[in-house]
Design a protein around this ligand. Structure first.
Ligand code: C2O
Ligand code: CU
Ligand code: CU
Length: 500
């Protein structure tokens, strides 16, 4: 009798398990179907999918907020600086910010209410960072783009518990560049970034000091952290409510936390360091009057020459530095407008241009090797697969306890990164590797566009595209590589490699 009951209950359990698997499978299929149409994030083409589907790709909408002066992140003051050593305190904390009219928004920030300061470091300098977690949840301090040993990288293995302070020390060993820092704790990265945790690291060197380009911080050298967010009726960010497995998005565009920002320009050349700080949205930037601008730097440093562009695309995690000639752009107007996905992103008010600097757009900016030789190099294949809950890399999802790739230090390799996601238009995956700056060799066998021929740590990979990278790890330890759509990363579109 007992035995029969046992067998019966086992079979019921089995049937139930079978049913739930089926149910999960069906749900996933429905979810995939719902989100698969609108992945290009080309805001013009989204309308069709918007009307048909639930919160997925949300179209950016012009804000009803009045124009407001652009917030400029403060430069972080060091707690000490002597000889070639510098020390900073970096604090992750809770705050509230007057982002919209009416109620303040509860936010997170570094050393402040929302986003973070700019941390300046110099090549050759020994840097000490006291990273303090004043949140009531676990976080980590990841230095995106910085070439440091993994013990300082701040990935999911280097968490800082609530109330804890961790000291890290490293020597800066890379050229001048505009980098990031943001949290990276397993399972809570996307929400913490969404709520405001992201700051900037500027690496400088003797070359960038000497280069004759705009470098007066906040005057002619201005960071633009571009993000999209959704606010509820109480002006609050609600990550869980806005969540989407293929990338959380919002209808409101913010730059440095300012909605509908303006800036007064009084100089001929303005340098913008643009950071795509959104969880998942790709941005296409252009000037409203379609005039040209010049890209001078990629993620990890200066290009060899300024590259003339009339449009610039950045995926989440990517950066670019551009120069705008305020006399040549919108010559008959008092305003130059920077557009992002066809929305006015930044109003530049011309305020009689008093400082007339001459900048030669054919200027040499860097000495990057131009004809990269890859003969005889080992190759590493990376396959970015799936969407939504099915995302993976090389058919594996992230496991903290599994090292996926083993790499030899200082050995050059060609990484063949495939985006296998072609279903119904597919979607872009921005592929990022920790602890290294790489070069883009080709896109679908064609030479990378000129403005991508500099150091990169994040690369936009289009559906069905193969992007070849030249990669050389120079730091020891365990590093992540992942899709920088933060929701994909958290669904397991991440692997780890060990360099020794
Ligand atoms: Cu922006 Cu794993 O990083
Ligand atoms: Cu990173
Ligand atoms: Cu992805």
């Amino acid at each position: 009798m007992k035995k029969k009951l046992f067998v019966l209950s086992i079979s019921i359990a089995f049937l139930f398990a079978l049913y739930s698997t089926y149910d999960i499978y069906i749900n996933k299929a429905v979810e995939r179907e719902n989100t698969s149409m609108n992945m290009h994030d080309n805001d013009q083409t989204n309308e069709m999918s918007m009307s048909k589907h639930r919160a997925g790709n949300i179209q950016l909408a012009p804000s009803g907020e009045p124009e407001k002066e652009l917030a400029i992140p403060p430069l972080l003051a060091p707690v000490s600086s002597k000889n070639n050593e510098i020390e900073y305190d970096v604090v992750a904390q809770k705050g509230s910010s007057q982002i919209k009219k009416g109620q303040k928004t509860n936010t997170l920030g570094y050393n402040g209410n929302y986003l973070g300061p700019v941390i300046k470091i110099k090549k050759g300098q020994t840097v000490t960072l006291n990273t303090k977690n004043e949140l009531d949840r676990t976080t980590s301090f990841h230095w995106h783009g910085l070439e440091v040993p993994s013990s300082s990288d701040g990935g999911p293995h280097q968490i800082v518990s609530s109330g804890e302070t961790k000291k890290i020390t490293f020597t800066v060993n890379q050229e001048a560049a505009s980098l990031w820092f943001h949290p990276h704790p397993e399972g809570d990265t996307a929400a913490q970034v969404y709520e405001g945790l992201a700051g900037l690291v500027y690496v400088e060197d003797s070359h960038s000091d000497e280069l004759n380009i705009p470098k007066d911080y906040g005057i002619n050298d201005i960071p633009l952290i571009v993000q999209d967010r959704s606010f509820d009726e109480n002006n609050q960010l609600n990550y869980d409510k806005s969540y989407n497995a293929d990338g959380t998005q919002g209808e409101t565009l913010l730059i440095n936390g300012t909605i509908n920002p303006y800036i007064k320009v009084t100089e001929t050349w303005i340098r913008y360091r643009i950071f795509n700080g959104s969880n998942s949205r790709n941005f296409t930037f252009n000037l409203k009057d379609k005039s040209a601008f010049y890209q001078i730097a990629t993620d990890g440093g200066f290009l060899n020459h300024p590259v003339e562009l009339d449009e610039l695309i950045l995926a989440p995690g990517e950066r670019a530095e551009i120069l705008i000639n305020t006399e040549k752009s919108a010559p008959n107007d008092t305003e130059i407008t920077l557009m992002a996905n066809n929305i006015a992103a930044l109003h530049m008010k011309k305020n009689n241009i008093t400082k007339k600097t001459d900048f030669s757009t054919s200027k040499r900016l860097n000495n990057l090797v131009e004809n990269l030789n890859t003969a005889g190099l080992k190759t590493q294949k990376i396959e970015l697969n799936g969407m939504s809950h099915m995302v993976n890399i090389n058919n594996n999802t992230f496991n903290m306890n599994r090292i996926d790739l083993f790499k030899k230090k200082d050995q050059q390799e060609v990484w063949e990164v495939h985006n296998r996601n072609g279903m119904m238009g597919g979607m872009i995956h921005p592929f990022h590797i920790h602890g290294v700056q790489f070069r883009i060799l080709s896109r679908n066998d064609e030479v990378a566009p000129e403005n991508e021929q500099g150091w990169k740590d994040t690369v936009l990979v289009n559906p069905n595209e193969q992007v070849n990278l030249l990669v050389k790890f120079q730091q020891d330890g365990v590093f992540m590589y992942h899709c920088h759509i933060l929701e994909h990363e958290e669904l397991g579109m991440m692997g780890q490699l060990e360099v020794s």
